[in-house]
Design a protein around this ligand. Sequence first.
Ligand code: MCA
Ligand code: AMP
Length: 504
Amino acid sequence: MSNHLFDAFRSPMPVPERLLMETDDGRSLSYGDMLARSAQLAHALLQLDVEPGDRVAVQVEKSPEALLLYLACVRAGAVFLPLNTAYTLTELGYFFEDAAPRVIVCDPARSVDIGRMVEPSGAVVVTLDRNGRGSLTDQASRQSSEFHDVERGADDLAAILYTSGTTGRSKGAMLSHENLASNARVLVDQWRFTPSDMLIHALPIFHTHGLFVATNIILMAGASMLFEQKFDPARIVSLLPRATALMGVPTFYTRLLQQEGLDREATKNIRLFVSGSAPLLAETHKAWRERTGHAILERYGMTETNMNTSNPYDDERRAGTVGFPLPGVSLRIADPDNGKPLVQGEVGMIEVKGPNVFSGYWRMPEKTKAEFRADGFFISGDLGMMDADGYVHIVGRGKDLIISGGYNIYPRELESEIDALAGVLESAVIGVAHPDFGEGVIAVVVRAPGAQITGAEILGAIAERVAKYKHPKRVIFVDELPRNTMGKVQKNLLRDAYKDLYAS
Ligand code: MCA
Ligand code: AMP
């Protein structure tokens, strides 16, 4: 029997006693524990009638059990569907409707509401809390710790991760066993992970960065991690002497730079700092190097593609660039209109192809078709340039997207929520430089004639519907939005007008 992704984690599986993770509340989990407990969870999933290819939607706080549930899904042949813990019930409703999960795993505090919401679909709702307790782990504790992994091939789905659409509905990116296995294998090799590594893991585990980049690498290398429920900069500094690597979004690095204890001594055991999910400012790269002596390695990826490029391990890690295409990944800078490759030095659309690239959007064949070229290249929506030495620079986005603290926020989603409010004529949502989050969200709003709606009322009205991290940090009222001759809102003018709003 073979299970493509889990077999990749098994070869070679470290001795059972080897540490997989230590948590911030002092628990430790060995590779042997991981095998036994993911087996029990896999049995529990089968008892809930999960069949190969069924979706298991999961909105739970970070815990070792939550990570084991991912592995249990892989072993049981299910499709793991993680959801941001910040999503509101309204947001969840869409994902459940679209993905039609067989099982939903949620926090006990939400199980009644979710149960009521999905009742007509027949989905089963089970619970898991931040301490790893709930009806799912109760059921798992009664199961055998041996499990015959369900047979899954390279192209079978391992996970669906939703990414918001620039125009309308969120899309579920379908990731196969080989998409995940191939990318992790390349990254272990490029970033030189070995069983002696200890990674500080302080990212959430419902997105690519914390779920796949960090944990798949650790599992594949037979290495260990310090598994932190939240990112607490003072605590991270105290953990540095015990670790060899850290992965984070740029906000991790800017917040760590504000810690007094961050210096060469504290980081002397670390061999690798990785940054990604959003642009790392060259000034952060420089400040980090001055304080610690380490050059942060910046890489570039997407939910749909896993990691595409990385700065080199041995050679120069060039600030403000995302390095070179990873082995096996074909990357071109193309004319956005037709996909024709441009000459070196020109700015164009970044397009990628390779074993890392997803197979398409769940139940959206038209959207899938629109985002691939006829020759199989995926159109990233990021604008880039390759310099004379082959380093890729991301110079902008061809998509209307804000990245705040590593989370993606689609203006379109907020604009439709705000525009629907009585008292609002129209709105434009933009991102401008923010010292902590990289980009901060602003809503520029035109009131309906005679209306008196306030910023607080707008935020109050969307609170139940939209995850908190997406909320505009400021609401600005204007008499009208700037438009070009075609009637399109000129967001560049708004971004320019408010560019210093969050200046520190
Ligand atoms: C929290 N808040 C935010 C954000 N996070 N607001 C804007 N942007 C954010 N990213 C708000 C909360 O709603 C709350 O609002 C207040 O800030 C404090 O919340 P708290 O939970 O304490 O925040 P935090 O713990 O300080 O979180 C900041 C963070 C976190 C650690 C930077 O956002 C984070 O872990 N980001 C990483 C995201 C990530 O993993 N991205 C990878 C995506 P209030 O005070 O008003 O209640 S994968 C990806 O992008 C691709 C594939 C790739 O290349 O990796
Ligand atoms: P997501 O939809 O969460 O997968 O976010 C993917 C997007 O994050 C990419 O399309 C880029 O716009 C952005 N991104 C990821 N890594 C980097 C990076 N190192 N520099 C700039 N942007 C990045």
